[in-house]
Design a protein around this ligand. Structure first.
Ligand SMILES: Nc1nc2c(c(=O)[nH]1)N[C@H]1C(S)=C(S)[C@@H](COP(=O)(O)O)O[C@H]1N2
Ligand SMILES: [Mo]
Length: 407
């Protein structure tokens, strides 16, 4: 007789959380059966995203926002881009979730349950900007392989969790510690369980910053599965790839972490400028740390139409990795002259800052509004695509919107 496998409690909970409903006869579900609600792969429904998000890849899921969806000070879940390097983990049981600390520079290997982490350490909430290192890749020429992000792989959500620093002090790390590397529960696309889809990290100084969190809430709720439920490393201001989702292990390293996507050309850029299309030797590449200064006009949507005698209100956000943004300027004459926008302070370190202004146009016709942010070191965004690099990282060119002024 054929034995039927029935889906276990934890797997069932995962499936239920994916569709956002209790599966009433869930205990009768055969183990190898995919329910219709999941066969119908509507990613917007599946992940609770706005229908105007743009799907760049479905294996694995990679979905980006459009500028106008990012208008809120704190990005709502519905507009948060998704970047997956592997398959989503299955059968997550938060009750049984653990986080292990190991590596050359740990005093002793130590494991905490998620419950320990939530109860033994003080909790903090910060807004932290996460931008994919490849945001803007689509503009590089010759083109770089990979997801063709335009401008929508950035967000600033409110993260709640405990300081990684507090846990590292509790674990005990050696003086030799220079880097941490994360490990996570997602699986390699090849199905090879020995391979990790991604295992990146940050220098120890970044790990010890007050805002570097082991987070279990995003925007006041449990982190959605696709964004790292039930535990995520969040290191604002660094490429978002350093913020490991589905976190289950952190290695304290005595050298720069050499996990998956830390070496070769992954998340690495040439130390010195290269000509477009050049081959760059590994030793001439460096890992991306703090992200460059950038801004985004989130209102109005490109293509806005305005009456000649009306002022156009514009607004958006600016961020500069670990630095503050000092100024945001706008131009309506293709960068010939620039004018200062109003700019707010960040609510905390590594949160984006909001800018706004109102613009009066002298004549009817076609205009572009360009925005340009300048960081605390006086460095500004380039008007057009900056330094070409083999994987198309760090495009922080000025964002532009088209405006029609009519009588
Ligand atoms: N475990 C794990 N963490 C991960 C990734 C991943 O594929 N697996 N992708 C990284 C990359 S490249 C980015 S840009 C961000 C995306 O975070 P988001 O999906 O919440 O927007 O997660 C990072 N953390
Ligand atoms: Mo990324």
């Amino acid at each position: 007789m054929e034995r039927r496998k029935f889906i276990g409690g934890t797997a069932l909970a995962t499936v239920s959380s994916l569709i956002g409903l209790n599966i009433v006869f869930g205990n009768k579900l055969p183990g190898d059966y995919t329910i219709l609600a999941l066969q119908d792969k509507d990613p917007f429904k599946l992940f609770g995203k706005n229908k105007q998000m743009v799907v760049l890849n479905d294996k694995p899921w990679n979905i980006e926002a459009q500028a106008h969806l990012l208008d809120d000070d704190v990005t709502p879940n519905s507009a948060i881009f998704i970047r997956n390097n592997g398959n989503l983990p299955e059968n997550i049981d938060a009750e049984k979730w653990t986080l292990t600390f190991d590596g050359e520079s740990v005093n002793q290997t130590k494991t905490y349950t998620l419950r320990d982490l939530k109860t033994k350490f003080k909790q903090y909430t910060y807004q932290l900007t996460l931008e994919c290192g490849g945001n803007g890749r689509s503009e590089f020429n010759p083109p770089a392989k990979g997801n063709q992000w335009t401008i929508g792989a950035v967000y600033c959500a409110k993260w709640t969790g405990i300081r990684l620093k507090d846990v590292l002090l509790d674990v005990g790390i050696k003086d030799s510690a220079v880097y941490i590397g994360y490990h996570a529960a997602d699986t390699h696309l090849s199905g090879d369980v020995a391979k990790e889809p991604i295992s990146r990290g940050v220098p120890i100084a970044k790990a010890l910053q007050e805002e570097t969190l082991l987070a279990f809430k995003m925007n006041g709720e449990e982190i959605p599965l696709v964004h790292g439920y039930p535990l995520r490393l969040v290191a604002g201001g660094y490429p978002a790839s350093a913020s490991g989702k589905w976190l289950n292990r952190i290695s304290i390293r005595n050298k720069e972490h050499d996990g998956e996507k830390m070496t070769g050309s992954s998340y690495r850029v040439p130390r010195n400028p290269v000509a477009p299309g050049d081959k760059v030797k590994n030793e001439d590449m460096r890992i991306i740390e703090s992200m460059p200064v950038k801004s985004l006009i989130t209102y109005p949507k490109s293509g806005a139409v305005i009456k000649l005698n009306k002022k156009l209100e514009i607004r958006g956000h600016a961020w500069a990795g670990e630095l503050k943004v000092n100024k945001v300027l706008y131009s309506i004459d293709f960068g010939s002259t620039w004018h200062v926008c109003m700019l707010k302070d960040a609510v905390n370190n590594f949160a984006w800052q909001h800018f706004s202004t109102s613009i009066k146009f002298q004549k009817e016709g076609y205009y572009e509004v360009w925005a340009k942010a300048i960081d605390g070191n006086g460095e500004g965004q380039p008007m057009l695509v900056p330094g070409w690099n083999p994987k198309g990282y760090l495009n922080n060119a000025c964002h532009r919107i088209a405006v029609k002024v009519e009588a």
